[in-house]
Structures are given as structure tokens and as C-alpha cells.
Design a protein around this ligand. Sequence first.
Ligand SMILES: [Zn+2]
Length: 407
Amino acid sequence: MGRFQVVGATVVDGSGRDPADVAVTVEDGRITALGAAGTNGERLDAGGLTMTPGLIDAHVHLGLSSPIQPQFSFQISAAEIAADIFATAGATLDAGFTTVRDTGGIDGGVVTAIAKGKVRGPRVVSCGPVQCQTGGHGYYGAEWEPTELWSSHHVPGLCALSMMAGNADELRRNVREAFRRGASFLKLCVTGGVVGGKDRLTDTQFTVEEIAVAVQEAAARGTYVTVHAHNNGGIRNAVEAGARCVEHGTDLDEPTAALMAAHGVALVPTFAVLDRLLHDPAAAGLGDSVRERVAGVRERMARALAAAKDAGVRIGLGSDLIGPDQDRRGVELTLRAQLETPMDALVAATKTNAEIIGLPEVGVIAPGMRADLVLWNGNPLEDPTLFSDPANAVTVVQSGRVVKDLR
Ligand SMILES: [Zn+2]
């Protein structure tokens, strides 16, 4: 892998510190020094470019890379699903994301194929299938279909939308099965969802006792539970049961935000998907009816973000993009920059996301860290719309390997 030095870039290290003009030395996949440019060794000239850590998306669905409605009704072949997943993985890297946390839909084989370098893609940590209750969010079977047939729609090694449990014992069996198939954390749906059939955003799903079973199984393996949750009842159930992270958090109010902060529970808001579903549901392969379900959610989620911030909750960043067009993942940073500051958005997508997903070696440009780096065409702190267009991620380095270079 060797040694090289990136020289000439303005470095924004991901920690929130002010940018600095320093050379970054990379050896055997890691950052070994920040400082003055040396006189010998291989140089990567980054004059005029801005360097950030490789971005992290803490809420992705690589497994939902095909048009959603046909995929959810099982009309797409395994070959096409695989082709779409791998295209999304490559596009994710090209957009400057070197790490993602998959919050439901792939099976372990996808993680392995990317990790082995057989397919271009980011580092992936995955929960495998989503854990849902009978008929809850994450279940897309037909009404006439017996529930026990649901998991027969999984394509082993490739994709698995969800595992359905009718009680605590079934949930325990399902999460153990998810771990067997490669999950490194768990995700439970504890409220209804936006892209759903029969449930409502105001529903709570799973009981505190049931969620606690998943927390116990996760803790036994040294990992954690995150929950899909839009309403406060579901969030409170999850916090009480010991979950470590909440996805979406649309209607989070001040008392519940304070409860999350007191228990050290993180929040991952997801704006990009709402933007997409409001403006162009057909692009994701969904009908216009989803617009009704998503109306007002973005404004409420913006208020939830503010409440979480005021309460001191640790706040990550996730795009939650679904469907075929997942190449503009950086839209999430652009949207967050409008609600906070560009620096806040960047830190959420790097240092904070690394903490939330439990990868201490990524997310910050510092000696000893993995050399995951992006060179941007311009300064995204001055113009955060740069994050939205993959063409601006001029050079992408993952573990010291240049995986994209348009210089
Ligand atoms: Zn999601």
C-alpha cells in the first residue's frame, strides 16, 4: 500500500476544529502525520482543494436500491437486485462516503462481497434485516399471505427486508438469526413508518419488555439496538428498554429529548429521503400516495432536531435514501447545513457518526486513524451545496487507497 503525502489542501479534520493548511502523511492505510510537506516520497497534489474525512452515512438501505414498489412486491429478480445494490455501493463511494451503516435490507453476503474488494463500495456495518412485529413497519406482505411465508421472500446472502416476530420469544430467535447471518447491531421498528401500508406514524410497536429482549441479546454480543421511531411513545419505550440510538425522531418533544440525553441515546435524523419522497416519489419507485404520508414530516423533524440539540443529545446524520437513485447522498449534509451550520453537518457526518456506529478509527483526520479522506472541489464550509454533487468529491481515499481520482 505504501506511503504518500497529500499536499496543498485545506484540511477540515472532522472534529470541529478550524481548518488548517497542513500536509497529511499516509502509511499502510493509516494517517501517520499532519504537518509540513516533506521533500521526498510520493506526493498527491491537492492545491486549491479542501480535505475532509471520508463521510459516513449512518442510515442507508443498500438493499433497497431497486424501484421500491416492484421490489416490495417481489417482481424483481435476484440478479437485478444484486446489480442495483452493487451500483449503489459504488456510487456511495464516489459521493465521498467511505463508511455506511446499513439500517435494514441486506444480508451478510453483500457486506462480505464489498469487504473482499469484489465490488467497489464503502465500509459497511449492517443490522441485516429490520426487526418488526407482526404486520408492523417493515412488513410488506400481501394481506392474503400467511405471515409464516414472509421470510421466504429473503434471498439468502443478498437481501432480507425484515424478520417478523409475534412475541418476545420469536423476537429473540429472530435477532439471534440476524447475528448468525452477519448483523453487527440490531434495528427494531418501534413505531409506524412513512413508507408503510397499514400502520400509522402515531402507532407504537413492540412493548418495552420485547424491545428489552433485543437489547439483552445485543448486549450479550457487545453491541447495541437502534430503533426506527417517529413518535414520543415509541421513543420512550425504546429508551426505557435500553436502546442506544433513535432513527428519524420526527415528533421528538422536549421532555423525551431530555430523557434521551440523560440516557446517552443518540439521534439520527433523516431529511434527504423526505425531500426525495415529497418532490419525486416516482424516482424511488413509489406512488404519489406517499406524499400524503410524508406531508409535514420534514418541518416536524426540523423542530425535533432543534429540541434534541437544546437537550444535548448526540446527533448523527443519515440520508435514508431508498430506490434506484442513491448517488446524491451528500444532499443530507446540504440540508443539515441549512438547519445548523456547514461545520455542524460535517462533524455529524464524520466524528459523531463514527462514535454512534462504534468505529473509533474513522471520522477524524488525525495520526493513527484510518486514511479515509475526500478532496472537495471548493470549500464546502463556504458552500455546503458542494456536498450534494458527487462530481465535487474529486478524490476519495479509503484506508489509504485512492478509490476515485478526477484530478
Ligand atoms: Zn430507513
